[in-house]
Ligand binder design. Structure first.
Ligand SMILES: [Zn+2]
Ligand SMILES: [Zn+2]
Length: 242
């Protein structure tokens, strides 16, 4: 199984590699299409626009570097498409000779990073200021994290898939929009200074929130997923006991 240090190495490797490629030949037509969708209250990207090629490139590179196995682009594309369709690709990994849990991490991070780069392209041309929904304006996914801004503590949601950040009202559940204070709890943990979680008793959702008024810098969200896992366990237990 990949440990935290190896996870950090993989991240760094993928970041270097994604920086070297152009994600899509985005043109003015594309830009205006994204803007039109946003203006209608729809996410800018549809699933057909997922940057498969970039993800395939990353999968090939990371597997060649870490496993010394060269995948064909057809093989890599099958893995990426299987992953995106939420199919189990464990049999494929076994056939290739890669521990399935590790293979899943390679393809998961490659897809995330390709989508993040695409999302950055979208946010560089599209204006998100009027977006007030609880789903990601770029890819339509749910928030994975939130953060409270450094100055006045306004809330930003962070997309669980593409890491786009957008402003969202401070009060209320970011999943079911519950606003009754009796239904919303804030949980903190000593081991995670600067982090809090808002727990909603109506939908049982919880959102881990980085308080940038206390934290020294914006977390690396990829690492935060791993690092805050104990908080997830604690919150799951918390939900069971309430
Ligand atoms: Zn997104
Ligand atoms: Zn809720």
């Amino acid at each position: 199984m990949i440990n935290n240090a190896e996870f950090a190495e993989i991240l760094e490797f993928l970041e270097k590699n994604i920086a070297q490629i152009d994600i899509v030949p985005a043109d003015d037509l594309m830009h205006s299409l994204w803007q039109k969708r946003l203006a209608k209250g729809e996410p800018a990207l549809t699933e057909h626009e997922f940057p498969v090629k970039a993800a395939v490139f990353l999968v090939i590179e990371v597997i060649s570097s870490r496993e010394k196995i060269i995948l064909s682009s057809i093989q890599a594309e099958q893995l990426v498409r299987g992953y995106l369709a939420q199919q189990s690709i464990h049999a494929d990994w076994q056939q290739i000779g890669i521990v399935p849990e590790n293979g899943d991490i390679y393809v998961h991070l490659s897809c995330r990073m390709a989508l993040e780069k695409m999302a950055k392209l979208v946010t560089s041309v599209a204006n998100l200021a009027s977006w007030d929904k609880n789903e990601c304006p770029v890819c339509g996914d749910s928030p994975g994290f939130a953060c409270l801004e450094q100055e006045v503590g306004r809330r930003l949601l962070v997309c669980g898939a593409c890491l786009t950040q957008w402003r969202y009202k401070r009060i209320g559940c970011a999943f079911c929009k519950e606003e009754n204070p009796e239904k919303l709890k804030i949980v903190t943990a000593e081991e995670f200074p600067g982090w809090l979680a808002t727990v909603c008793l109506t939908c049982n959702g919880y959102l881990k929130t980085a308080d940038l008024r206390t934290l020294s810098s914006i977390p690396n969200w990829y690492k935060a997923v791993m690092e805050t896992l104990p908080l997830d366990y604690a919150l799951t237990l918390h939900k069971k006991s309430t």
